[in-house]
Every structure is written in C-alpha cells, then in structure tokens.
Design a protein around this ligand. Structure first.
Ligand SMILES: [Zn+2]
Length: 126
C-alpha cells in the first residue's frame, strides 16, 4: 500500500472507473519530486487503471497504468515545461525510479512510467 506525500493523496491515483487502486509508491514519489520543482499544483489525469478502464480509454493492452506503474500528469504551466523539468531532474539523478516519459504535445500532458526501460527514456508524441 502506498502512502500520501506532501501534496498528493494516494486516492488521486485510483482508477477513475471503479476506484480500485494499485498505484506504486514510486509513481507518487516522481509526481511529488516534479511538483516540488515546478512549485505549482500537478493534476493526476490518470493513475492506476483497471483492465476494463484501460481498454475503455484506449490504453495499450498491458499498459503500465494497469500495473500501477504509470501516471499521466498536467499542470497550469503546460506539459512542455513539465517535460523539460522531468528531464532536468532525471539528469540530476533525482528520479532514479523513472524508466520512461512521454510528452503528449497536443493533449498537453506527460506520461511518467516506472515499468521497463524503453529504447529512449524520453519521447515526444503529437
Ligand atoms: Zn476501474
């Protein structure tokens, strides 16, 4: 079971569909580190998703959201700023658990992932 942090409640990461919540602490800690650096509230667009909800929102089958290892985040400063900040923190070795981050430019959110390492740590999608 995960714990609340200074700015996040574990419940913010629950499945939007059924409330089930298997979010991993690592994801909350990444969100908190990002929030600390940004200095503004960070919204959890999507955290843990049960398989049913994941399919409904068009998530990849077996997405790390369904394992509690990913979250989609946004904030008033915009996702470009968040993406830059994640990369900065990662370069400073402040996000050791981060395996993968996608910037969804048109949808204005970022996906952070503690699943498995992909070919590139950072990707931009339009
Ligand atoms: Zn659900």
């Amino acid at each position: 079971m995960a714990n609340d942090t200074k700015n996040f409640k574990v419940s913010e990461f629950a499945c939007k569909h059924c409330g089930e919540n298997k979010i991993d602490q690592k994801v909350i800690d990444i969100a908190q580190a990002l929030r600390d650096e940004l200095g503004v509230p960070v919204r959890v667009n999507s955290g843990y998703r049960c398989e049913k909800h994941n399919a409904k929102v068009g998530g990849v089958k077996g997405s790390f959201h369904t394992k509690g290892l990913a979250a989609d985040l946004s904030c008033e400063l915009g996702a470009a700023k968040m993406f830059d900040t994640v990369q900065k923190l990662w370069r400073q070795n402040k996000l050791p658990e981060l395996k993968y981050c996608i910037y969804y430019a048109h949808k204005n959110f970022i996906h952070v992932d503690c699943g498995k390492q992909r070919k590139n740590y950072f990707e931009v999608r339009t």
